[in-house]
Ligand binder design. Structure first.
Ligand code: ARG
Length: 261
């Protein structure tokens, strides 16, 4: 008799535990694009944040998204696309989260909500080793007329367009990938490339004859872009990301890809 009661109690305990198992329930209540899946939109041509390795998208953002998905009990799926399609995908509900070394800007805030910032970036200038351009000031000099390569619709594009092209100080050549702009620099089609510092370092290291100017153009914050129409999903992702920042997980991921100098 005692044994039966004990068994019964154990059974009730097990049942009640599985009933309130946190992960699956939390996940199913989240209004993601595909049930049970966190769909991340990115542009996997931006090392070390996201890039292709053996046919797989890897990098800081991919790992951070993986950790967020795990916290929320979701499966991670990564969709690769043009950089300037990411906010549209998030806005239109085709993706749950845009994670792409994306800079928080006032203009983008009109289209999407940004989570807490998880990293900072710097817009830098890449030139050939023998370049006449020696500082950012040279780009702003009176009568300057450089051809500048950028990745389309990135902040490097936006800032150089506003600051230089609109002022008649430069011509901007826009490429679908940052590395294409760097190749154009190598072949002499552009005089310099304005791009984020970490991919700049990666490209300069893998392609010879180039250097990064020491003067920095703009400092910026990276965050994940999310739909304004899904406040619960936003809250859940933002909270998960904040926890991953607070417990040092994000730093650990960054350190893995960006060894301290
Ligand atoms: N930080 C820049 C921006 O937000 C460039 C980001 C490019 N990211 C990428 N995955 N290609 O505009």
């Amino acid at each position: 008799m005692k044994k039966t009661i004990a068994l019964l109690l154990a059974l009730i305990l097990v049942l009640s535990l599985t009933a309130c198992g946190p992960k699956k329930d939390a996940a199913s209540s989240l209004n993601t694009t595909t049930p049970g899946v966190l769909t991340m939109a990115t542009n996997a041509a931006f090392p070390p944040y996201e890039y292709m390795e053996n046919g797989k998208i890897v990098g800081i953002d991919a790992e951070i998204a993986g950790a967020i998905a795990e916290k929320l009990g979701l499966e991670l799926q990564i969709d690769d696309m043009e950089f300037d399609s990411i906010t549209t995908a998030v806005q239109g509900g085709k993706a749950d989260i845009g994670l792409a070394g994306m800079t928080v800007t006032e203009e983008r805030k009109e289209a999407v909500d940004f989570t807490v910032s998880y990293a900072t970036g710097v817009q830098v200038v890449i030139v050939t080793e023998d370049s006449a351009i020696t500082s950012v000031d040279d780009l702003f000099a009176e009568g300057a007329n450089h051809v500048i390569g950028v990745q389309r619709n990135t902040t490097g594009d936006l800032y150089t367009t506003w600051d230089l092209e609109d002022e008649g100080l430069a011509t901007i050549n826009r490429y679908s990938k940052g590395v294409d702009a760097v190749q154009a620099l190598v072949t002499g089609k552009v005089d310099c490339v304005v791009i984020d510092n970490e991919p700049a370092k990666a490209f300069v290291a893998s392609i010879g004859g180039l250097k990064i100017l020491e003067t920095e153009y703009v400092l910026e914050d990276y965050a994940a872009a999310m739909s304004k129409d899904k406040p619960e999903l936003y809250e859940a992702v933002n909270k998960a990301l904040q926890e991953l920042i607070d417990d040092g997980t994000v730093q650990k991921i960054v350190d893995k890809y960006i060894p301290a100098e």
